[in-house]
Design a protein around this ligand. Structure first.
Ligand code: AMP
Length: 462
């Protein structure tokens, strides 16, 4: 299949409703991965695509499966496997956006960590597109609540991460239940040999498309800092955060216990830091991610495993508190900053023993080694995040909606609407970010006023 030179969506043989909707979404032209893969996808061929989050890969496969969909048949026709719930939610919402112009399309997410019962109910009502994590999908197959006999498109999204997370066997079992006469689309940021062997097993003459990486190297500035002792390493972290004053920085540690120690130490020095690691339950993890992504916590400390599926585009800075064990992991880590043409900073702390790992990196680390900022930075005031989170003890189950919360915060004695940031309504709680300088006013207003005629407990998360 030849590649196309055009980036104009209208050159594709897309259903006119889908095409019209793309212009209403202000998708003016195709991203490189879309321009390369969509003609092949729409021709019905298998595709292996190299695409990271932010490349537009979701729309590439999403348009492919929507184009083929028979809305009149309420059987699952496409299945998208994702490594994490966050990614599955994101993929489902992108597909829903793309499908807006087509009447009555049912996109269902099936992920672990959420109750089974409602999923079974939704499946019984009929579904067109299933997006989910391998574990939960396999459970539904085992229980007989999900049938894949009518599936014509299978998508493996972020296939490398699914393998990293140990989903290989589960994925194999799921694929066995999908009719062989199907289109298979596989997207992955990296291509270890295990991916190619899956591709060999489950795909037919796939076309490999590799989008040119515009961002790598050009927008991420890497720095390396030698720190000889643990104390020096910790101090180096404080100096870097104090100097660069990031609004959003991700600090990677190699172990769970380091994650906790580093966060405790940063909190002791009054940094606005929070950690995510494997020991948190889903609620704690969600809460931490909400606070980081709504801008009320500026430093997130994580292990590689815990940071998987994290979809936060706007990172100013990545700090490797330890050198990653593997060069691919290093590339993955630093690729989380400098997205969408923005500038990003990636600082790596290392000691003498770790130089061996630096040799394997795709960068001249000796050239990029630089002295640490001066100790004077330790005495500068810590920058407070622009936003602060209020937690409301009421959520979806109490039928609260974002609009109710906006209503409760604005108006007489309230705060202006433009001082309200992200609102996340979850099952029994809601989180709303408000400008830090107005947080007290916001708290008072929402405490004094009722929300939908009821009083809910509200407090500041700090
Ligand atoms: P993804 O890489 O699929 O996570 O997509 C990254 C973001 O780009 C999403 O927010 C999409 O809605 C958006 N997007 C995808 N394709 C286009 C396009 N052709 N033009 C503008 N935005 C797009």
């Amino acid at each position: 299949m030849s590649t196309v030179n055009t980036t104009d969506f209208s050159e594709l043989k897309l259903n006119p409703d889908l095409l019209k909707n793309l212009s209403s979404l202000e998708y003016e032209s195709m991203t490189p991965i879309q321009a390369l893969s969509l003609p092949v996808i729409l021709a019905g061929d298998d595709v292996i695509g190299q695409g990271k989050t932010g490349s537009g890969k979701t729309a590439a496969f999403g348009l492919g499966l929507l184009q083929k969909l028979d809305v009149t048949s309420f059987k699952a026709q496409s299945i998208v496997l994702c490594p994490t719930r966050e990614l599955a939610d994101q993929v489902a919402s992108e597909i829903r956006k793309l499908a807006r112009a087509v009447h009555n399309i049912k996109v269902l997410t099936l992920c672990g960590g959420t109750p089974f019962g409602p999923q079974i109910g939704s499946l019984a009502h009929g579904v067109h597109i299933v997006v989910g994590t391998p574990g939960r999908i396999e459970e539904h197959l085992r229980k007989g609540t999900l049938k894949l006999g009518a599936v014509n498109t299978l998508v493996l999204d972020e296939a490398d991460r699914m393998l990293d997370m140990g989903f290989q066997d589960t994925i194999d079992e799921i694929i066995e239940k999908v009719p062989e006469n199907r289109q298979t689309l596989l997207f992955s940021a990296t291509f270890p040999k295990e991916i190619m062997s899956i591709a060999d097993k489950v795909m037919q003459n796939p076309t490999i498309v590799e989008a040119p990486s515009i961002e790598e190297g050009s927008t991420i500035k890497q720095y390396f800092h030698l720190t000889n002792t643990d104390d020096e390493r910790m101090k180096a972290l404080r100096l870097l955060l104090a100097k660069h004053k990031p609004n959003a920085a991700l600090v990677f540690c190699n172990t769970k216990s380091d994650t906790q120690d580093v966060t405790d130490e940063l909190a002791y020095y009054k940094f606005y830091a929070i950690s995510i690691h494997g020991d948190l339950d889903q609620r704690e993890r969600d809460q931490a991610l909400i606070r980081f992504s709504n801008g009320s916590v500026s430093v997130l400390v994580a292990t590689d495993v815990a940071a998987r599926g994290l979809d936060i585009d706007d990172l100013d800075m990545v700090i490797n508190f330890n050198v990653a064990h593997d060069p691919e992991v290093h590339t993955h880590r630093i690729g989380r900053t400098g997205r969408a043409g923005k500038h990003g900073i990636a600082c790596t702390l290392y000691n003498d023993k770790e130089t061996r790992k630096l040799e394997l990196l795709d960068v001249d680390w000796v050239d990029c080694t630089s002295p640490l900022p001066s100790d004077n930075y330790l005495h500068k005031p810590i920058k407070r995040p622009l936003m602060t989170t209020l937690k409301v003890d009421g959520g979806k189950k109490q039928k609260l909606r974002p609009g109710d919360i906006v209503g409760g915060l604005t108006g007489k004695d309230g705060i202006p609407g433009d001082k309200i940031g992200k609102i996340n309504v979850v099952s029994n709680w809601s989180y709303v970010a408000v400008s830090s300088e107005l947080v007290k006013t916001a708290l008072q207003k929402i405490q004094n006023d009722k929300l939908k005629g009821r009083t809910f407990r509200v407090r500041i998360l700090s």
